[in-house]
Design a protein around this ligand. Structure first.
Ligand code: BJ8
Length: 428
């Protein structure tokens, strides 16, 4: 980090000792998982810088913006429209929840069979180690899976929280409910920020987020090249950083990187040999710093070519129509776009199965790793459907169910090695 931020962390009320511990573990993991890679694109230096300043300079920017009257709004899920936060001149931060804090704290409140992501966000709050959470003037939760819904009841006692009702079907009645929920969210954000959402303000916000997603789509397309011009780990990292970086700066930096990847792809240069097994990761989101499975897969010779995940293509696939003439029409467009997301909490959820197949084809994947966070019922239950559909395409699937600890790393690695050997033998 470029400066001493201790005073800022104190002002945010962080537990400095626990926070130091987290940064030490994070720094060591980053060395192993990221900085040990060969032939990384030069454009990754911007994203390395973002990580090096993840609790420093970026938080300083948030604090300066707050001092100037802007509001910071945190969220945990793709169904919360970032555009609405930008439209009230707010700053949107995705609260990552990808680290195992040992659950000594959340263990008092949560059942044992709670998924690691929920446990992590409750632990982050209880241990006071996340400057983004503590800087958030409001946290927006959502009624997606049962665990999250109930966890927000606890979380709401500790932090100012708004819960957005997300329906679980895509019927006309469900769409009307979600659309009315966006109105309720607008009201809350306007009250918080004392800024009115105008047609022009919302259109500009939609433009900013569309541009960011278009850049992420460009990155996703470039990964279809063989050999892969960028590792899956690096691509995942970029997808994680987009949740907390300034969107305009992020978009510019990503296009610079994509220009370099474009050149690599044209020259046939890549980060792995062309015969490296190409794997699509599908399933639960991998929030920073949850890099365990991608690291194990790529360190054993495979390359991840795409993420059918919320930290990946599920979150970036669709843009928002920006053609409406009124605020209401733009809110309609937001409702349509966000209800198009195919999270496993929806039923039926045929689109997701189709998207896995489409991505596997487009990215020329040799196999799919279906990643499930332990105790996540929605994604675990969908594994079977995904596997059946892939079988019809002649593509193998490896299901991995794990949490954030490193205790099972050896067992996971053995299964990943066997999967990669099988893919290599099929391709030989
Ligand atoms: S849109 S995937 S971010 S809900 S892993 S907490 S589902 S038990 S993260 Fe999600 Fe929004 Fe859907 Fe994406 Fe529950 Fe499963 Fe845990 Fe999960």
């Amino acid at each position: 980090m470029s400066a001493d931020y201790t005073t800022m962390w104190q002002e945010l009320g962080l537990d400095l000792e626990a926070h130091d511990g987290l940064l030490t573990v994070l720094g060591a993991a980053y060395e192993d998982v990221y900085l040990s890679q060969h032939d990384r694109p030069a454009g990754m230096s911007y994203f390395d810088f973002c990580v090096s300043e993840i609790h420093g300079l970026r938080v300083r920017e948030l604090m300066d913006a707050k001092a100037a009257g802007r509001k910071v709004v945190g969220s945990f899920c793709l169904y919360v429209p970032e555009e609405l936060i930008l439209a009230v001149n707010g700053i949107s931060v995705g609260l990552c929840s990808g680290a195992d804090m040992g659950s000594a704290h959340s263990g008092r409140l949560l059942p044992k069979n709670t998924c690691a992501m929920i446990r992590s966000f409750v632990d982050f709050k209880l241990t006071k180690v996340c400057p983004y959470m503590e800087a958030s003037d409001l946290v927006i939760g959502e009624t997606t899976c049962d665990g999250k819904k109930k966890a927000y009841e606890l979380f709401g006692q500790l932090h100012s929280t708004f819960v957005l009702e997300v329906p679980h079907t895509k019927s006309p009645a469900a769409r009307a409910l979600f659309r009315s929920e966006l109105d309720r969210l607008v009201e809350r954000l306007e009250a918080l920020s004392e800024v009115t959402v105008t047609t022009e303000g919302l259109r500009a916000a939609i433009g900013t987020v569309n541009a960011k997603r278009a850049a992420l789509q460009r990155l996703a397309r470039l990964r279809a090249a063989n050999p892969a011009p960028i590792s899956g780990r690096d691509a995942l990292l970029i997808n994680q950083i987009q949740f907390y970086d300034d969107p305009v700066r992020f978009t510019g930096s990503l296009h610079t990187l994509c220009d370099e990847l474009d050149d690599r792809a044209k020259r046939g240069a890549g980060v792995t040999p062309p015969e490296a097994p190409r794997v699509l990761v599908s399933g639960c989101p991998m929030s920073a710093p949850n890099w365990k499975v991608p690291f194990l897969l790529e360190k054993n010779g495979g390359v991840i070519v795409g993420e059918e995940s919320c930290v990946g293509e599920r979150g970036t696939r669709n843009l928002v129509r920006d053609t409406g003439d009124s605020r209401a029409e733009l809110l309609d467009a937001l409702a349509d776009r966000y209800l198009g997301i195919d999270c496993a909490v929806f039923t039926p959820n045929e689109e997701r199965i189709d998207h896995v197949i489409e991505m596997a084809r487009d990215l020329r994947a040799d196999g799919v790793l279906h990643y499930v966070i332990q105790f996540c019922t929605p994604y675990s239950m969908e594994t079977h459907r995904v596997e059946e559909a892939l079988r019809a395409e002649g593509l193998p699937l490896l299901k991995l169910e794990t949490d954030y600890s490193m205790e099972d790393a050896g067992a996971l690695e053995t299964r990943i090695q066997a999967f990669l050997e099988m893919l290599a033998a099929r391709g030989a």
